[in-house]
Design a protein around this ligand. Structure first.
Ligand code: ADP
Length: 506
């Protein structure tokens, strides 16, 4: 059996990185991603001398593509294109777009997985999983697109007939993150198309290739170009502001930081554009006295180490009943020990690089601060090069520390103990965020107590996997508002219109 490779002594000449580079070159060469997508960026000819966004591979730091950016003066054309498409389709559900895109993405799973690994660093296995998850939104909403979308009844006081309809809001702007470069696009696009709304996508600067690849495969599958346009930016603030200054944009859906969510919500106020914000979280993972430890360990492994800890619903704070502390910390340590840090292209790797060296440095600083304040840190703390980070388990953390208060977005598991359920609930809720929480318990009464009192949009009971196309994903407090997925997700892209009609007897 081959020994797992751990990149503890990675240097830039390390064989794994060399291997990574050659696989990366192969991906770029085989798919011609950089070249062909750059040439067609935003579906329009490249302006000579225009600005370029530099895209890097987080594993090696190598520049992998230069993408022409959209400028604010391009915005009216792009919006016009979307508005004309919306006018033509009158906000009708676009089953054809959904089905065609789902099939096209599935056909190109290898290319998507390779490109996503290359630009986001995630492992190819996780990238493939993400492609399946991304397609599930297109398929779920395709099934939903033909559902009856309203009601008909007689009004009591006037006796008139009342018809309630749900109609597409109009052209939509989506601003998406780098941690799930495809699924965070299709999660929004699928609901928008089911409501008949064309989409303009402003992808994260780190991962524009996946968005451009999605646009390309959709076009090849005969989805109209106006259904999904990509607006690449190297300075997103002014470009997003220009889109929101155009009153033909009727909705903005954003996934990212609370700081940027607040900027977007303010900008959308002028034209009263509908807003959905899926922002940061600070999820507690509560291990109760009666937790099944096998169940808790499996759930923890998903909730903490998926995507190298870079998910907004990642378990950020482990709260463990004092009687189970040793057992659970041992399980955490052995799960951390089993992680293999390396290139996302290496089959043995379970943790790819973080998205950037600065993100790794920020996480390391939070750990160092906690250590200086008395916390104990378990794991390989020596610095790996670039964006690579070994998993760490941190115990005896003060609730005042940055590590406890902030979303860490790295494979760092922070543990504190509690004595009573009331204390655990109060600690879990002691945050302005409210995206997700997890509770591990074998008791029905405890389950009820936690589900009733934890202040978050989502709660995982004895599971660490809570994302599903059919479920309404979203948070409360500084984690934002609006839901994605499920019937609730569809309504975010629809206006309610009621028609009162005089009847013969009224
Ligand atoms: P992160 O820090 O995880 O990258 P951000 O909230 O900065 O999260 O980024 C999420 C998305 O928001 C990206 O698509 C990014 O380009 C975009 N973005 C960043 N700054 C702004 C801004 N000032 N206005 C609008 N969008 C922005």
């Amino acid at each position: 059996m081959t020994e797992p490779k751990v990149l503890t002594d990675l240097t830039l000449t390390d064989p794994i990185l060399t291997e990574h580079r050659s696989r990366a070159a192969e991906v770029l060469g085989q798919t011609l991603v950089a070249e062909s997508l750059s040439a067609h960026a935003n579906g329009r000819p490249v302006r000579p001398g225009g600005r370029l966004l530099e895209v890097s591979d987080p594993a090696s730091g190598d520049v992998i593509a230069h993408i022409p950016t959209l400028e604010s003066y391009d915005v009216p054309d792009v919006v016009q294109h979307a508005a004309a498409s919306f006018g033509r389709h009158a906000g009708q559900p676009q089953l054809g777009w959904l089905m065609a895109a789902a099939e096209a993405v599935e056909r190109n799973v290898d290319t998507f997985a390779a490109v996503m690994t290359l630009e986001s660093g995630k492992t190819e296995r996780e990238a493939r999983g993400e492609v399946g998850y991304a397609v599930s939104f297109l398929r779920w909403f395709a099934a939903r697109a033909s559902d009856p979308a309203g009601a008909h009844y007689r009004l009591m006081t006037t006796g008139q007939d009342c018809t309630v309809r749900f109609v597409g809001v109009g052209p939509v702007l989506i601003v998406t993150p780098w941690n799930f470069p495809l699924a965070m696009i299709t999660r929004k696009v699928a609901a928008a198309w089911a409501a008949g709304c064309p989409v303009i996508c402003k992808p994260a600067e780190a991962t524009p290739l996946t968005a451009l690849l999605f646009a390309q495969v959709c076009r090849e599958a005969s989805v109209p170009e106006a259904a999904f346009q990509v607006a690449v930016a190297d300075d997103p603030g002014p470009l997003v502001a220009s889109f929101l200054a155009d009153r033909r944009i009727r909705k903005v859906s954003f996934t990212g930081s609370t700081r940027v969510g607040q900027i977007i919500a303010r900008a959308a106020a002028d034209h009263m554009q509908r807003v959905s914000l899926e922002l940061g979280g600070n999820a507690a993972f509560v291990v109760c006295a009666d937790a099944d430890m096998d169940v808790a360990t499996k759930a923890m492994s998903v909730a903490k180490f998926r995507n190298a800890g870079q998910t907004c619903i990642a378990a950020n704070r482990f709260l463990v009943h004092r009687s189970r502390r040793e057992e659970f910390v041992a399980a955490l340590r052995s799960t951390a020990d089993r992680q293999v840090v390396g290139s996302g292209f290496d089959r043995l790797t379970t943790l790819g690089p973080l998205i950037s060296a600065s993100q790794r440095q920020r996480a390391q600083e939070l750990v160092d601060e906690a250590r200086m304040a008395g916390a104990d840190v378990y794991g390989k703390c020596e610095e790996l090069p670039g964006s690579f980070m070994s998993p760490l388990v941190v115990t005896n953390v003060s609730p005042d520390s940055g590590l406890w208060q902030e979303e860490i977005f790295a494979p760092v598991a922070t543990v504190a103990t509690f004595d009573t359920d009331e204390e655990a609930i109060s600690l879990a809720n002691d945050t302005p965020y409210g995206l997700a929480n997890y509770v591990m318990t074998s008791s029905l009464a405890r389950r009820h107590a936690y589900v009733n009192q934890l202040a978050s949009g989502m709660i995982g009971v004895n599971t660490g996997a809570i994302s599903d196309a059919g479920a309404p994903f979203g948070g409360v407090g500084l984690s934002g508002y609006g839901r994605e997925g499920g019937g609730e997700g569809l309504r975010e892209y629809q206006e309610c219109r009621y028609v009162a009609e005089a009847t013969a007897c009224s």
